[in-house]
Design a binder for this molecule. Sequence first.
Ligand code: PBG
Length: 311
Amino acid sequence: MRDLVAENKLSSDDLIQPIFIADQKEMNIEIPSMPGIFRHSLDSLYSETEALLNAGVKSMAIFPAIGPDKKNAEASHAFDKDNIVCRALEGIKQRFPEIVTIADVALDPYTDHGHDGLLIDEKIDNDQTLNLLSKQALLLAEAGADIIAPSDMMDGRVKIIRDALETNQFKDTVILSYAAKYASSFYGPFRDAVGSAANLGKGSKETYQMNFANTQEAMHEVAMDIQEGADVVMVKPGTAYLDVVQKIKSEFQIPTFVYQVSGEYSMLTLSIEKGWLDKNVMIESLLCCKRAGADAILTYAAKQIASELNS
Ligand code: PBG
């Protein structure tokens, strides 16, 4: 009876797996602050992709951990056709053309200071970053990304990326914009995973990520990104920001994704491991994202929850 009258459902169709990759000899290396989550070599990435498909997950978002020797102030390795992300996208497309690949656009994995944009005179320069982002987006589309996901929060980047895709035969490439991305301490474990925290100085991305006190600003950001050509918008983090999701969904009726970020995953997973919370808490938190209006959810628990839901 409870199922008959349930208003929302969670299925493996709703789940997207974020995945970390690195140039490394070992097959995979566990990330200390994210139990059960690994940095994969390319070979390990391909077997993981197969496991995702078998579990019923239909999409993955790729994030690189770049060696310190390849990072610099200009993020130049981001524009190298042979970087690990481009090789991974090509390799996945060859082997598993059916999985939907999402590639992040932002400079932080490649900059020695860990910021998403160019640092000029101690400040992130929005406008000088834009051309680099469109160059990066184009490279990722060429490598086979189905979805380009700018996570950098520079103003005007959706338009410049859309123009670059349209004028270069990538009319079908989808733009998933991290439209309402807050300056959040919930990203800590992710920065460990990709090694982008080391040089963040005062730790602040506050000149480009949003103040967690604001919702109207989120509406403004989403409106701009839609106008500039975004196909899907995203709210990040998830659980503590579901009021923002609901508001976006009811105001704009556009596909809206939620990112249950690293810190949320680690809090829940650790508590489950310790026996302090029941393991059902993960499904609860994901279903609540759907109740708020999310069409899909990026979650590090995607593979595990999809196999639970489908078994
Ligand atoms: C950076 C980026 C971040 C995440 C995704 N892309 C971190 C940041 O802004 O520092 C965080 C994801 C997570 O915490 O799981 N462009």
